[in-house]
Design a protein around this ligand. Structure first.
Ligand SMILES: NC(=O)c1ccc[n+]([C@@H]2O[C@H](COP(=O)([O-])OP(=O)(O)OC[C@H]3O[C@@H](n4cnc5c(N)ncnc54)[C@H](O)[C@@H]3O)[C@@H](O)[C@H]2O)c1
Ligand SMILES: C[N+](C)(C)CCCC=O
Length: 518
């Protein structure tokens, strides 16, 4: 069942009803009572469990659902269900898969307001941003639907009329494990290429955001995938480990932190399973003094404060050339002070709460250390209590800009995953590149300058998988996304993602008689 518990006939006849009703849901009212595992085309309760979890509405601090974390038996059931569906789906032509995926994209478009509302309730990001996430999600499915129909092998002519050809084949049952900052979008980034290539998937969202991915599973059933092709299990580390260790899993695609990514890779290595790792970052954004200042300031805002700063590719180390340091900093601080914090379901809110109290305390811990190490608080970095009484239990803080930063400070070296920008002055291109690359991470990087040669020289030297010139944090689905160094490997999005969800079979065909050397 969907977020809005209306009957299937009503859903069929009145597609706009959900939209109207979802906008009538207000913060502080939603409660989930439906099962959150999805197996064999239905919401189900897990057959065994390794404890319970609660998920919150971060804007109010209310518990909105309690669920059981799937045990080894349930994980196995989900994988077996996916395995059976794989037999059917993998035999479909690319065009047949494409049609189903386009239908799923259409349903997401039709239900986008409902999905965005649920994402906002469970994650805390503003409804404005959640709508963008949903748009990127259906675009991802449309893009991979297009590639599904175009997938083909090669023909190679050999001597004597013999020849060979390659077949691009799916891997089998793939596991997706997601983070909580983009719950619906991360699932689509994995599911799109996986299904286009003919795979099945068992997905585990973060236990902080278990809700929206179940809608995705329902949507794929409605779109016409074979029963069991996309199953969802819920839980944390233990459930994730059952998935990674399962012998019938062909691949693991993981989005999350570096320490967990390392564990996932270790588990997958035991079964020689390929992994895609989309991990954390501490990315540099370099602002040269010849930049269009207004764009550079806007770029820095986009690089730091989306989703309350809980974004893997954020450019949180903002290097500013010394002669514009004061002007740039003043402009950024002015803009940050104007960010409207509050109820994320309100149309004019641009910053909601952090995901939970633990994350908020973690961010405040970083800020305490920053103060002790000599950072200057130019604005923000404090607890924020909205006036609306229903928001009093939420996890709000004021977005923060730190000045007087040095490269050796903890706030500059470590991923904070909160709304905190560190500003660092620099003098020369050579110096800033050295400092920008002095990190174990390598997810993203950006440069603002009007000097076109310098722009390309700088991004060529940056040790990062996703680079931006005169912009930041745009990620159209056509562009490969992923990291260098400890930010992971493999790529999501773009044509190249197909390589990570398929394998090549070479077929060598003899047209003549076979001779033997023996
Ligand atoms: N590169 C990207 O595309 C990208 C996108 C979003 C988030 N991230 C990163 O994710 C991190 C924040 O997300 P998080 O706090 O959910 O990360 P996390 O590593 O704590 O958890 C990620 C997922 O892994 C699961 N998990 C935890 N322990 C596991 C284990 N032992 N085996 C298998 N699965 C396990 C979690 O339940 C969750 O679903 C940040 O570092 C952020 O930069 C990266
Ligand atoms: C869509 N963004 C903003 C590029 C975020 C990608 C996912 C990373 O956390």
């Amino acid at each position: 069942m969907s977020l809005l518990r209306v009957g299937p006939l009503v859903n069929l006849l009145l597609p706009n009803l959900r939209l109207i009703m979802s906008r009538s849901i207000s913060t502080g009212t939603f409660k989930n009572t439906s099962p959150l595992n999805y197996r064999g085309g239905n919401r189900v309760k897990p057959i065994d469990s390794v404890g319970d979890e609660q998920a919150y509405e971060p804007s109010t601090g209310r518990v909105i659902t309690t669920f059981a974390c799937s045990g080894e038996k349930e994980v196995n059931e989900a994988i077996q269900s996916a395995k059976a569906a794989f037999k059917i789906w993998s035999q479909k032509s690319g065009m047949e898969r494409s049609r189903v995926m386009l239908e799923a994209a259409r349903i997401i478009r039709d239900r986008s307001e409902e999905i965005a509302t649920l994402e906002t309730i469970n994650n805390g990001k503003s409804i404005f941003e959640a709508r963008v996430d949903v748009e990127i999600s259906w675009q991802t499915l449309e893009y991979y639907a297009g590639l599904a129909g175009a997938m083909a092998g090669q023909h190679v002519q050999l001597p004597g009329g013999s020849f060979a050809y390659t077949r691009r084949e799916p891997l089998g049952v793939c596991v997706g494990i997601g983070a909580w900052n983009y719950p619906f979008q991360i699932a689509c980034w994995k599911l799109g290429p996986a299904l286009a290539c003919g795979n099945a998937m068992v997905y585990k969202p973060s236990p902080f955001t278990p809700l929206s991915v179940v809608l995705l599973a329902e949507i794929f059933t409605e779109a016409g995938v074979p029963t069991g092709l996309f199953n969802v299990v819920q839980g944390g580390a233990a459930t994730g480990e059952f998935l990674c260790k399962h012998p019938d899993v062909a691949k693991v695609s993981f989005t999350g932190s570096v320490p967990t990514g390392s564990k996932v890779m270790e588990m997958a290595s035991k079964g020689i399973k390929p992994v895609t790792l989309e991990l954390g970052g501490k990315s540099p954004l370099i602002i040269f003094s010849d930049s269009d200042l207004e764009s550079a300031v806007n770029g820095a805002m986009m690089a730091n404060f989306l989703t309350q700063g809980q974004v893997c590719c954020n450019g949180t180390r903002v290097f500013v050339q010394r002669d514009i340091l004061e002007k740039f900093t003043d402009e950024v601080v002015k803009k940050v002070k104007k960010i409207k914090i509050g109820d994320p379901l309100m149309e004019d809110t641009r910053m909601g709460p952090l995901i939970n109290r633990t994350q908020m305390d973690r961010v405040f811990g970083f800020l305490k250390t920053a103060r002790e190490q000599g950072a200057k608080f130019l604005t923000g970095g404090e607890l924020y209590t909205p006036e609306d009484p229903k928001l009093k239990g939420g996890f709000y803080m004021t977005p923060c800009v730190l000045g007087n930063c040095r490269d050796d400070m903890t706030c500059v070296k470590e991923e904070i995953f909160g709304p905190v920008m560190s500003i660092l002055p620099f003098d020369t291109e050579e110096e800033v590149l050295e400092r920008a690359n002095a990190t174990t991470y390598g997810l993203a990087g950006g440069v603002f300058t009007r000097d076109i040669q310098r722009a390309h020289r700088v991004v060529a030297a940056l040790q990062a998988g996703m680079c931006f010139i005169n912009n930041y944090n745009v990620s159209p689905v056509e562009l490969p996304f992923g990291g260098y160094k400890k930010s992971g490997f493999g790529r999501e999005n773009g044509q190249v993602a197909i390589e990570y969800y398929s394998q090549l079979k070479t077929v060598c065909v003899e047209m003549g008689k076979v001779e033997s050397v023996f």
